[in-house]
Design a protein around this ligand. Structure first.
Ligand SMILES: [Zn+2]
Ligand SMILES: [Zn+2]
Length: 172
């Protein structure tokens, strides 16, 4: 009875084929699951890296903001500190104001023909007096200098360039 046997064989073969296909399907599913797992791991790693970079960037940004704020505060403070110096009439703790300098005694240098006046030397620019030059004598010590020289000096420090005696002018 060949046909039934053949049919049985065919059925067995089909069953085996189905089993094989199922096994193959299982393998394919496993491989797919494996690739999915690998993909998930890669994605997780990428996400972790991204988060790390984001955190680093955030920290850097925070530092930058803090530094910028500190810098701005410093600059603001510096400007605030500089304002009194730029003020037209400062409280004369550093030097004399132009109004105060104008009150200091001024005289025209005599002709250097006579031997006595030729010895007069400006201690600021180290040049001797010439006739017609404007000179200024300090009231405290009597030392005399070119008016332009001593004015520039006194604008920075209210003291005689030679003997350091204080130069004070009472503005009435
Ligand atoms: Zn001078
Ligand atoms: Zn002096």
């Amino acid at each position: 009875m060949a046909p039934p046997a053949a049919a049985a064989a065919a059925g067995e073969a089909a069953a085996q084929d189905g089993k094989g296909r199922r096994r193959r399907d299982c393998a394919i599913v496993g491989a797919r699951l494996l690739t999915l797992g690998v993909q998930a791991a890669v994605m997780a790693a990428a996400l972790a890296l991204f988060l790390l970079f984001a955190a680093t960037a955030a920290v850097l940004l925070l530092h930058l903001v803090v530094a910028a704020r500190a810098f701005r505060n410093q600059r603001h403070g510096g400007r605030r500190y500089r304002v009194p110096q730029d003020y037209p009439s400062p409280p004369s703790c550093l030097g004399l104001s132009p109004a105060e300098l104008r009150l200091l005694p001024c005289f025209a240098a005599a002709a250097a023909a006579s031997s006595s006046s030729s010895t007069q030397l400006c201690a600021v620019c180290l040049e001797s007096a010439r006739a017609g030059e404007r000179w200024r004598a300090l009231p405290a010590c009597g030392h005399a200098f070119h008016a332009t020289c001593v004015d520039r000096w006194l604008a920075r420090a209210p003291a005689c360039p030679v003997c350091r005696s204080a130069v004070s002018v009472s503005v009435s």
